[in-house]
Design a protein around this ligand. Structure first.
Ligand SMILES: [Zn+2]
Length: 481
C-alpha cells in the first residue's frame, strides 16, 4: 500500500515537473508568437527548395509532442489563428488560391498533405481517450480520474457528465472530453462493442480491477437479436442476482439503440493497434473532414471544359500513380497546378482588377478562359498539334489527341504502358514551354497588369531555379518600359 502510494506520488511529481517544463519551454513560446517567428521561414524555404511543406516539418514534431503531453486546449479558436498564420506563410501573404481543406487532404485523394494542426490535436486527444475506453491501465485511470464518482464509461456513454459536474472541472479531462463529444456520434452510432455496462454501473474507487467485461464478451446471438448471456454463463462476472438484474436493465436500454455488430473504425484504428495510433486516427479524422471536398470544384470545371465527365477512378489513378512518373518535385508541382487550375487567365485578371479587356493574350480575339488559353486557342492548338505529331513519330503508332491526356496526364489505353513515362515528360515539358510563352505574351501585352500580378502567375520556385524563364524576363522587360 505504502509502496503504491509512493509510486503514485512519484508519478504525480514527475508529471507536474514535466508539465512545468513544457509550459516553460514549449507552450509559452507558442502562445507568445512563435508562429509569427515562423513567418521568417520563407528564407529557409527558398534555400532548401523542397516545397511549401518544408517549414511544417520543423513545427509539426514540436506541436505533436505538445499535444500528446498536454491536452489542455479549452477553446479551439487558437487553431483557427494558427491556420491563418500558416496560410499566410504558405501563400506568402497573398490571397490563397487553393482551399485549406484541399491543401490538407491526403495525396492519394489529390491533396497536398499539409498538416492540419487541429486534427492532430484531436488525434492526440484520442490517444488519451484510448486508456479511458480500454480500461486497462489502472494507474493512469486512477491518476486521471482520482475524483470521479462513476465509472469512465458512465461519463463517456451514459451522460453522467451532466450529473457529476466535477468531471469537467479537470483541465485535461475537460479538453479530452470535448473532443470525444465532437466525434462520438460519428465514431459510434450504435451501442459500441467495447462498452462495459458493468464498469459504467460500478461506483468509482481507487485501485479498481482492470478486466471489465465488454459488451462483445457478454452478448450472445438469439436468432436475429442480441441478448445478454444467462446468469450461469456470467457467474464469474457478476456478484449476485441483483447485480445481474441491474446489468439487464442497462442492456434493455442499450438495446433500443441497437448494438454494433462488426468492429467499428474506432476499434480498428484506435483500440486494437499498438503502434502508430496517432497517425491512424489523424488519417481517419482527415478523411471525414475532407469528405465533402471529394468532388472538388476543379474537377467539375475540367468536366465542363472537356465536355464529358472524367470518371472518379481516373482522378484517383492520377493522384495515386499518375504523379509517380518522376521524382522531381518541381515537375509534380506543375502537374498539380494544372489540375487545380492555378494559372492566371485574362478572364480572372479582368475580374480581379476590373479591367474591360479579358481577351486571350495570344489570339487577342476570344475570351481568355483557362481552357481557351491552354487548349482551344488556335495558336495553342497548332502547338499541341506539333507535339502530337512528334509523339506519334517517336511511338510509331497513333493515338487519340485528348485534352485530359495532354493537360492532366490521364494517359489512358491509347498509349502503350512503356511509353507513358515518356509521354508525361514530353507533355509536362510542352506545358512548361507553353506557360513561358504565355507569360511572355502577357507581359508584353499588358505591362501594367503584369506588374500588379507579378509572382501570382509565375510558378515561384521554378523561376528561381531557372533565371531565364518567364518571370525574370517579364521583370526585365518591365524595367525597360
Ligand atoms: Zn486565343
Amino acid at each position: 500500500m505504502l509502496l503504491m502510494a509512493c509510486l503514485l506520488y512519484a508519478r504525480i511529481v514527475g508529471m507536474l515537473s514535466s508539465i512545468k517544463k513544457f509550459i516553460l519551454l514549449v507552450w509559452e513560446p507558442h502562445r507568445h508568437g512563435l508562429f509569427e517567428a515562423t513567418l521568417l521561414w520563407p528564407q529557409v524555404y527558398s534555400r532548401t527548395n523542397k516545397g511549401t511543406i518544408v517549414p511544417m516539418l520543423f513545427v509539426l514534431p514540436k506541436m505533436l509532442f505538445l499535444f500528446q503531453t498536454l491536452q489542455i486546449v479549452d477553446k479551439t479558436e487558437c487553431f483557427r489563428k494558427w491556420q491563418r498564420d500558416i496560410s499566410k506563410f504558405v501563400w506568402q501573404g497573398k490571397k490563397p488560391r487553393i482551399k485549406f481543406k484541399i491543401l490538407t487532404d491526403a495525396k492519394e485523394r489529390g491533396g497536398f498533405a499539409l498538416p492540419d494542426l487541429r486534427l492532430y490535436y484531436e488525434s492526440a486527444a484520442f490517444c488519451w481517450l484510448k486508456d479511458w475506453l480500454l480500461l486497462e491501465d489502472t494507474d493512469v485511470l486512477d491518476l486521471e480520474g482520482f475524483n470521479n464518482a462513476f465509472g469512465w464509461h458512465a461519463y463517456l456513454w451514459y451522460d453522467k457528465v451532466k450529473i457529476n459536474k466535477v468531471f469537467k472541472n479537470h483541465i485535461v479531462r475537460k479538453a479530452v472530453f470535448n473532443v470525444w463529444t465532437k466525434y462520438k456520434d460519428l465514431l459510434e452510432n450504435k451501442t459500441p462493442r467495447w462498452l462495459s455496462p458493468l464498469e459504467a454501473k460500478a461506483r468509482k474507487r481507487s485501485n479498481m480491477e482492470a478486466n471489465w467485461p465488454k459488451y462483445w464478451e457478454i452478448l450472445e446471438k438469439d436468432g436475429d437479436n442480441w441478448k445478454l448471456q444467462s446468469m450461469e454463463k456470467m457467474r464469474d462476472k457478476v456478484r449476485d442476482w441483483l447485480h445481474y438484474a441491474q446489468i439487464k436493465e442497462v442492456f434493455k436500454l442499450d438495446k433500443k439503440l441497437g448494438f454494433q455488430v462488426e468492429k467499428s473504425k474506432l476499434e480498428t484504428e484506435l483500440l486494437e493497434p499498438k503502434t502508430k495510433v496517432l497517425s491512424r486516427m489523424y488519417n481517419l479524422l482527415l478523411k471525414w473532414n475532407t469528405q465533402d471536398e471529394t468532388v472538388k470544384s476543379a474537377m467539375i470545371k475540367w468536366a465542363q471544359d472537356i465536355g464529358h465527365n472524367i470518371m472518379f477512378e481516373d482522378w484517383e489513378r492520377l493522384w495515386t500513380t499518375g504523379l509517380n512518373f518522376t521524382a522531381c518535385n518541381a515537375l509534380k508541382e506543375n502537374v498539380m497546378k494544372m489540375i487545380y487550375r492555378w494559372y492566371m487567365t485574362p478572364v480572372k485578371l479582368a475580374k480581379i482588377y476590373h479591367l474591360s479587356d479579358n481577351k486571350c493574350w495570344k489570339c487577342k480575339e476570344n475570351e481568355g478562359t483557362f481552357f481557351h488559353l491552354w487548349w482551344t486557342c488556335p495558336k495553342v492548338k497548332a502547338f499541341w498539334e506539333k507535339i502530337y505529331n512528334e509523339l506519334k513519330k517517336v511511338f510509331k503508332y497513333t493515338f487519340s489527341k485528348k485534352p485530359e491526356a495532354f493537360l492532366l496526364g490521364m494517359v489512358g489505353q491509347g498509349v502503350v504502358k512503356k511509353d507513358r513515362t515518356f509521354f508525361m515528360y514530353a507533355t509536362t515539358a510542352a506545358k512548361d514551354t507553353s506557360r513561358e510563352a504565355l507569360e511572355n505574351t502577357r507581359s508584353t501585352h499588358t505591362g501594367r497588369m503584369a506588374d500588379a500580378t507579378d509572382g501570382l502567375y509565375a510558378t515561384g520556385r521554378d523561376d528561381r531555379q531557372n533565371p531565364r524563364s518567364g518571370r525574370g524576363d517579364g521583370r526585365r522587360r518591365l524595367e525597360k518600359i
